[in-house]
Design a protein around this ligand. Sequence first.
Ligand code: AMP
Ligand code: MN
Ligand code: MN
Ligand code: MN
Length: 286
Amino acid sequence: MSHPPRIDLHCHSSASDGLLSPRDLVLRARANGVDVLALTDHDEVAGLAEASQAARECAIVFVDGVEVSVTWGGITIHVVGLRIDPSHVGLNQGLGAVRASRIARARRIARALDGAGIAGSLEGALAYAANPNLISRTHFARFLVEKGCASDVRTVFQRYLVSGAPGHVPHRWAALADAVGWIRSSGGTAVIAHPGRYKLNGEQMRVLLGEFRDLGGEGIEVVTGNYSPQQAADFGRLALEFGLLASRGSDFHGPGESRVDLGKMPALAADLKPVWHDWECVAAHV
Ligand code: AMP
Ligand code: MN
Ligand code: MN
Ligand code: MN
């Protein structure tokens, strides 16, 4: 391989709220020229075996991942775990509890939507969940689009599912310490996902990164699907300031729903230390 490896360490399959099966996701990554792919489904590892098998067949380097939902300082933060052990008991117990809480939240979302005059949304959302153990707001969004509540998922989120909208309910996810602990105890590296998505000012972001690092967190996504050059520069500086490794991931959910396709992001700046700097699987591939 003459080019630097094309690496995408954040995406979703139908085991969570992605549109493609784990196998089809890997095939699409291959077609896009991705060399190293991590599947990071929300609070779920059920898609990893199929993705890993497909990756072996088409000679992609595959990385077992997960994206854990966390409540920190009253807001929702996502923590990506890379090179986890999908069979680790503690990790699975933790993720199982988060998935169970998703089902309880889904019932509350459905009640809230009932109150807004939209009936049958729990069954409707579950019909979009290929994995009935992992129900997400995205599944509700797809059902609401089907119902004609808005023309696309993004608009439906704004009108019905974000904080302050009629179908929004408060929810408490995992604690940051627990999420980092599950990832680390299963042998993985914890990475703050899409830091530009949180409504945190500079001071609050520094508190988060300091706490995260003190808990054993090691990385931060610098180049993400919602990439802007300004954000990449800002988070690159924070990675250096906090001694965090830099990651890169599209957060691809599916054709038509995601702006950025698998692997189609700019490279990390040269002064950053990539999260894969000491991964033999990447070194062997170069
Ligand atoms: P949940 O974890 O069930 O609350 O769902 C969060 C998921 O919803 C994210 O991972 C995105 O896939 C999707 N999402 C959140 N906000 C939006 C938005 N404004 N537009 C489109 N998708 C969104
Ligand atoms: Mn998602
Ligand atoms: Mn996320
Ligand atoms: Mn994601």
